[in-house]
Design a protein around this ligand. Structure first.
Ligand code: NAP
Length: 329
């Protein structure tokens, strides 16, 4: 496993991290088996993954609670990453979505952030968070300027409640505003070999401003593992039904591309998931891939990708292949 710095902090994260959105269960992912989830987290930590990403919104607190239980006795070995800004306790903020009978707002007011951090610390059973992200940027009508949010986050850092400030789902303009108001240590954007939008402006900006990247959905929510073959019927109502790359016409092309790399999986003695993850963390400017998983075997397989260093010519070949795919229909 390789370890990489977060911004200019003294925090080192493994190049493969464990994402725990699915561990929160709920409307997107269905029920979670707590014992199995804790075993999966422990397996990751035992194989060199040191960064666990969660959020209050994942299962409305369930993911943070499970992570908190899993980290009992191991807290100091872990870089704990969570978020703030999706708020459902009262009507403060701007409406974002409804789930589990709750109206979820985006609120990046200092008061709601401070309250959220205290709740997260309790759920996570700890007295500090290593990396705190704003989950989504503030929006109208109840908009909070980035300068106000940053003042609050900088104060939380001074108090020792958080060790690094990060922002998820932000643009270059958002990052510039963060930097004008303080230190932005990391961002959390969506990135996979099928979704390379951040390569144009966001990654170059991060590289030149020492901002780390914790990238999410690197496996395109399981599609890039090759596990969802053409005969797989996505259960009605499951979120994967709405994802463009999962539609049969697009899925077919992706699966053919993955099959075209059989010689590479043989050369590197690895699975296709491991090849994809190694490609992702081999791209310039990518600090760590947040690989989501809730089963021990998946975590172990993904963690193993941390030992793989692909040859530059293989990285180039894979890039060419995915560029040929273009955008999903
Ligand atoms: N900041 C944000 O707005 C944001 C948004 C999305 C995600 N995230 C973070 O990023 C993490 C990862 O993203 P993601 O969960 O959307 O997508 P992902 O990592 O691309 O895919 C995760 C899913 O792929 C399947 N999978 C993983 N490893 C596998 C393996 N080795 N073999 C077969 N299947 C495997 C599992 O599906 P099953 O569980 O169904 O088996 C898993 O839940 C999240 O957990 C979360 O921490 C952040």
């Amino acid at each position: 496993m390789q370890y990489r710095k977060i911004g200019t902090t003294d925090i080192d994260v493994s190049s493969i991290s464990l994402g725990t959105w699915a561990i929160g269960g709920g409307q997107w992912w269905g029920d979670t088996d707590e014992k199995e989830a804790i075993e999966a987290i422990h397996a990751g930590l035992d194989t060199g993954i040191n960064c666990i990403d969660t959020a209050p919104a994942y299962g409305f607190g369930r993911s943070e609670e499970i992570v908190g239980k899993a980290l009992a006795g191991r807290r100091s070995d872990v870089v704990l990453s969570t978020k703030c800004g999706l708020w459902w306790k009262d009507s403060r903020g701007s409406f974002r979505f409804e789930g589990n009978g709750k109206k979820v707002n985006i609120s990046l007011h200092p008061e709601t952030i401070r309250e959220e951090v205290e709740i997260s610390l309790k759920r996570l059973n700890t007295d500090y968070i290593d990396i705190l992200h704003t989950h989504w940027p503030s929006i109208e009508p109840d908009f909070t300027p980035i300068s106000e949010t940053m003042e609050c986050l900088t104060d939380l850092k001074k108090q020792g409640k958080i060790r690094a400030i990060a922002a998820s789902n932000v643009t270059v303009d958002h990052m510039k505003e963060h930097l004008a108001a303080g230190v932005l240590d990391a961002i959390q954007p969506r990135y996979s070999m099928l979704d390379r939008g951040i390569e144009k402006e966001i990654l170059p900006f991060c590289i030149s401003h020492s901002i780390s990247t914790l990238v999410y959905s690197p496996l395109e929510q399981g599609l890039l593992t090759g596990r969802f073959g053409m005969d797989y019927v996505i259960p009605e109502g499951q979120f994967r039904n709405n994802l463009p790359w999962f539609q049969p016409v697009n899925r077919k092309q992706v699966l053919q591309t993955l099959e075209g790399w059989n010689d590479l999986t043989e050369t590197y003695s690895c699975s296709v998931s491991q090849l994809v993850i190694a490609w992702t963390v081999g791209q310039e400017g990518i600090t760590t891939a947040l690989c989501g998983a809730r089963k021990k075997d998946h975590v172990l397989e993904n963690a193993e990708a941390g030992r793989l260093i692909l040859k530059p010519e293989d990285i180039q070949r894979m890039r060419k292949d995915v560029e040929t795919l273009g955008d999903p229909e």
